[in-house]
Design a protein around this ligand. Structure first.
Ligand code: SAH
Length: 260
């Protein structure tokens, strides 16, 4: 199970590349296979559409049981909203004990890391990642998580924010966040990070819906401390409360300002 990162070749890990090169069969969502097309020339390739995840996982397991070296790819990290979990579930159904075939999971740069790097440093403090897709998760559960993350002042990464059929979720997510933090809270909207068509927008909770948002977009919503510094989105970790950032010296401790 291989995550190949956000898209550009330079962000593919060397071990992921080696795994793809050594594979007999590469299986993945068609759009993702396109991103690694040059690495899979001459191999057996199984490409399927977006809703055929179960087929992909089942075929991967079947072919592995037949003795083939199979690589199942996801973009980003295969273990983050990727194919790894489903593949393990299919293995579980088959009665895999961990012995019959060897399985490894190779991580990749997930969308939230890729997008954060393009925005500045928005994930310097605790954050929550929430997928707005209610295809497999009831919207009530997603709402509850949004509410909890908003209330607890987490920086929030929103995966799968909107599709052509699913438009209301991102609007509701914004409303929930707005009920706990300021309208001027910085928001980063990144489309196609590290791929063709990359766009990076820094806006606010108030104005975020005025920008294009789709299936190739990840949204990062700042916490109450997130600031813009020279056009970059930065969430301070708290050094400024403890150190003089010019001299590096420790500021005399204020009462109740945390443990050493
Ligand atoms: N396994 C992937 C996530 C798959 S879910 C990963 O770890 O990144 C699909 C969602 O991921 C998209 O709707 C979008 O929100 C996000 N995403 C994936 N690739 C992206 C990219 N290059 N730029 C911005 N967002 C991306």
């Amino acid at each position: 199970m291989v995550g190949f990162g956000p898209g550009a070749e330079d962000h593919l890990t060397p071990i992921a590349r080696k795994a793809i090169e050594r594979a007999d069969v590469v299986i993945g969502y068609r759009t993702y296979i396109d991103l690694v097309r040059h690495l899979v020339n001459g191999k057996s390739v199984i490409e399927t559409g977006m809703t055929e995840e179960i087929d992909r996982a089942t075929q991967a397991v079947e072919l592995a049981y037949q003795g083939q070296h199979v690589v199942l790819v996801s973009s980003g990290d295969v273990g983050i909203y990727g194919m790894a979990g489903l593949a393990f579930e299919v293995l579980g159904e088959k009665g895999w004990t961990g012995e019959e075939i060897e399985v490894s999971v190779l991580p990749g740069i997930t969308a939230l890391s890729a997008c954060a790097s393009l925005l500045g440093a928005p994930l310097m403090h605790d954050f929550a990642s929430i997928s707005l897709s209610d295809l497999l998760t009831p919207w009530e559960v997603i709402r509850k998580r949004l509410e909890a993350a908003a209330m607890a002042d987490f920086v929030v990464a929103l995966y799968n924010p909107r599709s052509s059929k699913r438009v209301r979720q991102v609007e509701e997510a914004r409303e929930i966040l707005l009920s706990h933090r300021g309208a001027d809270t910085p928001v980063g909207i990144v489309k196609s990070a590290m791929r063709d068509g990359e766009t990076v927008v820094i806006t606010t909770l108030d104005h975020m819906l005025e920008h294009p948002i789709g299936m190739l977009t990840t949204i990062l919503v700042g916490n109450s401390q997130t600031r813009l510094l020279a056009g970059r989105m930065v969430t301070p970790r708290g050094y400024r409360n403890k150190y003089d950032l010019e001299t590096g010296e420790k500021i005399a401790k204020k009462k109740g300002s945390g443990s050493e």
